[in-house]
Design a protein around this ligand. Structure first.
Ligand code: SAH
Length: 350
């Protein structure tokens, strides 16, 4: 076991089993050894690759999408926010496209980046030299006083999930505990989930079925939807996940050096994520008073925004293929848009 694993084991020995969400938070964000806190995970030498790291077209098209929404809402004095900007590549490409297509947007917005990792904040500052973004480590109240134009790619999949398992004695939370040898292992809580906690459509699930929920994600979605519905703005969320049919499996996964790895083995050394529940995000957006569009596949969305024409211009058919083809990122990844109730329809979702 590595040093962070030892510290998690000591915590469990002292206070009892921890939730999957708590494990995920420590593995990703522990200040000394957390995955995001300590490294740059992207690219070929890293653990995984994301759409903006594959092609500049991704950030360009998202930038133009958000600028168009701003234009359609009467060009308000606004804020452009990205959640979890990674290396800052998406924002850099977006700002470059916006600067040439709709420079007035740049003059009237404040750029804010929500990033927990000090390591990645530094890389973002280098990537975005020439701009003057401001950073927050989480979505705080300083982001709520203006129209909110929000981008998030592969952010919600990194937010912690709680898992529940259907057992003979009812739904119980899946916890992380210690086995006989002192190693980290999964176990089911002795406590039954409170009545009404498990959604009605899960009640008929077979034994062994899972229910995954991310209260952090839905709370954040509702908070942003409230700002968007009250002040104006738009949000575009792109991630891999599931829609209405959540299935009965669990989706927690660890990825290291572009391969799946055991989740509990080396906390802080592998990326840990879970599929995004788009139905839950949609519900949270409605609860915040906003409209939701989609989710539609990333492939469809990018094609509707004109990726074919842009790819031809740049002579990058391979990059277009990777972002849109069904057997690559085109179907696995989906796009969800959040808009104020009275706003014009968002581009690409018609
Ligand atoms: N959007 C980027 C990076 C995706 S990885 C891209 O597409 O390439 C997830 C990003 O979210 C990282 O920058 C990570 O540090 C950040 N992140 C993860 N959990 C976070 C949290 N709870 N609060 C703030 N940032 C977080």
């Amino acid at each position: 076991m590595n040093a962070l694993g030892e510290r998690i084991a000591a915590l469990i020995a002292a206070q009892g089993p921890i939730s999957v969400a708590q494990f995920m938070t420590m593995a990703l964000h522990d200040p000394r050894a957390g995955y995001y806190a300590t490294r740059d995970p992207f690219g070929r030498g890293g653990d995984f690759t994301t759409a903006p790291e594959i092609s500049q077209m991704f950030g360009e098209l998202l930038g133009l999408w958000i600028a168009q929404c701003w234009h359609d809402q009467g060009k308000p004095h606004a804020r452009l926010v990205e959640l979890g900007p990674g290396r800052g590549t998406l924002m850099r490409d977006a700002l470059r496209a916006i600067r040439s297509a709709m420079p007035a947007f740049l003059e009237s917005v404040e750029i804010a980046l929500v990033e927990a990792s000090p390591t990645l904040q530094k890389i973002q500052a280098e990537t975005l030299s020439g701009f003057t973004p401001r950073w927050t480590t989480h979505f705080d109240n300083s982001l709520s006083d203006r129209p909110l134009f929000l981008l998030a790619n592969e952010f919600f999949d990194a937010l912690p999930v709680n898992q529940y398992v259907n057992t003979e004695r009812g739904w119980r939370e899946r916890m992380v505990t210690l086995d006989d040898t002192g190693a980290l292992t999964f176990a089911v809580s002795p406590l039954t989930a409170p009545v009404g906690f498990i959604p009605a459509n899960r009640q008929a699930a077979p034994l062994g079925a899972f229910y995954e929920t991310s209260p952090t994600s839905t709370a954040l979605m509702q908070q942003s939807a409230e700002i968007i519905s009250q002040k104006g703005g738009a949000a575009l969320i792109i991630d891999y996940g599931y829609g209405a049919d959540a299935g009965f499996g669990e989706t927690l996964q660890a990825v290291r050096a572009h391969k799946f790895a055991p989740v509990l083995d080396a906390p802080g050394e592998a990326d840990i994520s879970a599929h995004v529940d788009f139905a839950a995000l949609t519900k949270a957006a409605h609860a915040g008073g906003a409209n939701a569009f989609g989710p539609i596949s990333q492939g469809h969305f990018l094609i509707a925004l004109g990726i074919a024409q842009r790819a031809q211009r740049l002579q990058q058919p391979k990059e277009r293929e990777r972002l849109t083809a069904a057997d690559q990122m085109g179907t696995l990844f989906e796009a969800l848009a959040i808009m104020p109730k009275n706003a014009p329809l968002p581009p690409g979702f018609a």
